[in-house]
Ligand binder design. Sequence first.
Ligand SMILES: NC(=O)c1ccc[n+]([C@@H]2O[C@H](COP(=O)([O-])OP(=O)(O)OC[C@H]3O[C@@H](n4cnc5c(N)ncnc54)[C@H](OP(=O)(O)O)[C@@H]3O)[C@@H](O)[C@H]2O)c1
Length: 214
Amino acid sequence: MNFELAINMAMTLDGKVARPDGKWYGLSSRDDKKRMDVYRSSADALILGKNSLINDDPVIKLRYIDGKDPLPVILIRKGIVKKDRKVFSNPNVRPLVICLNENEMAVKEELSEVAEILALEGNNIQPQEVISILKSRNLNRVLLEGGPTLNYTFQNADLIDVIYLTIVPFLIGKKTLPSIVDGDSEFFHFAEKRWNLTHCEKIGDEVFLRYEKV
Ligand SMILES: NC(=O)c1ccc[n+]([C@@H]2O[C@H](COP(=O)([O-])OP(=O)(O)OC[C@H]3O[C@@H](n4cnc5c(N)ncnc54)[C@H](OP(=O)(O)O)[C@@H]3O)[C@@H](O)[C@H]2O)c1
């Protein structure tokens, strides 16, 4: 089976994916949450950023449709994430936490009861290495649900195949807020890397888009 990595994000009309307080809540409708469950139900794994877990504490378990929950994969390069996050309370799935040798002890102390922990060598969690680990476990359909820092890292390594994007009917306005990808420099040859729109659907005041890498 071919491997596929898909970003799954919602953004406002002005392209923001977080409120001024750094969180995303109250701006996505029930339709968006349902749609998210549809994408999640066909995914084997779901990669989550540390800040998103700390700030938003998202519910990862399918709520609106029946199906199998994807395996949450959490990347923690420094420090820990507390075990009180909702992602660790699903009795059906034991998340995989990928950390570094440097923080392995602390991560194990906090999370070994609730997650499988895999420590990598070096001083960064390389996205290619994460993908190799997932492929080696036959986890071939993978969602990347942000945040923008993590999305940027994977796209900077040219690893994103698909983008699921929901446009929500709000304007926030503040210029420093992130978009779906947020990094220090532009992507290499960005103008030569187009995305094909393969699906576009309006439900209420939201638009659901699917783009595929050309
Ligand atoms: N609108 C939406 O659909 C949506 C979806 C998700 C999130 N969000 C918003 O995005 C906000 C958080 O986004 P964020 O960009 O600040 O953080 P993030 O992408 O959730 O997490 C980034 C952190 O992950 C850790 N990390 C581990 N391995 C990494 C790697 N290889 N490359 C980069 N980071 C790695 C780093 O922390 P350490 O170095 O400390 O380990 C890094 O600071 C949330 O609070 C939420 O409001 C919105």
